[in-house]
Design a protein around this ligand. Structure first.
Ligand code: COA
Length: 167
């Protein structure tokens, strides 16, 4: 299924995207928040993982990043978690929030989720702002939640969006 945002298109990620996505993940601006992804890891975790839904983000026919989701299968805790990255040439132009909004609408309207979650590093102000633009709200800081690229545990911010928050 291909999803259409205002200026981005999301299409299911394939093996052919692995080298483009690995090159984007290798840029310092992205690796700062998505550390340690080579082409093999992209294939394993973004393309082939049965638990992860991954869409390649295109703008004017060019691959500019990816956005993914994981669904909680337990019926009483049903929700989906999301994550995303864009090539630095396209940061700060509204394309990230366009992609996040487009996937959020798909997860709510097509896949029936009433709640979405996302957990950026607490220091990742651009990501937090992009998620807030879509309607995600700050729940709270999860202390020393994730190992950062420097090997130290770093705080992350749990953010959530309910169906009625979606802008
Ligand atoms: C996070 C990411 C997907 C957001 O996409 P984007 O296209 O850059 O985001 P948008 O342009 O839609 O929105 C970014 C917002 O953050 C703001 N912003 C940018 N840098 C900022 C900073 N250092 N501090 C605070 N706000 C910042 C922008 O002004 C914009 O807000 P505004 O529209 O209210 O002015 C993209 O920046 C990215 O790939 N970053 C690297 C990887 C990453 O961090 N992934 C997320 C991991 S959780």
């Amino acid at each position: 299924m291909t999803l259409h945002g205002t200026a981005v298109t999301l299409r299911p990620t394939t093996e052919d995207d692995a080298s483009d996505l690995a090159a984007i993940l290798a840029t310092p601006e992205v690796a700062r928040w998505w550390a340690g992804y080579d082409e093999q890891r992209v294939r394993e975790e973004l393309v082939r993982s049965p638990d992860t839904g991954c869409f390649t983000i295109e703008h004017d026919g060019e691959v500019i990043g990816a956005i993914l989701y994981v669904e909680e299968p337990s019926p009483d805790h049903r929700h989906a978690s999301m994550d995303a990255f864009l090539h630095p040439d396209w940061h700060g132009k509204g394309l990230g929030s366009d992609a996040i909004r487009t996937l959020a609408r798909h997860l709510v309207h097509d896949r029936g989720h009433h709640r979405l979650a996302i957990d950026p590093a607490a220091a990742n102000e651009a990501a937090i702002r992009a998620y807030e633009r879509v309607g995600f709200r700050r729940v709270g800081v999860m202390r020393e939640y994730e190992r950062g690229p420097d090997g130290h545990w770093q705080d992350c911010l749990l953010m959530e969006l309910l169906e009625r928050d979606l802008t």
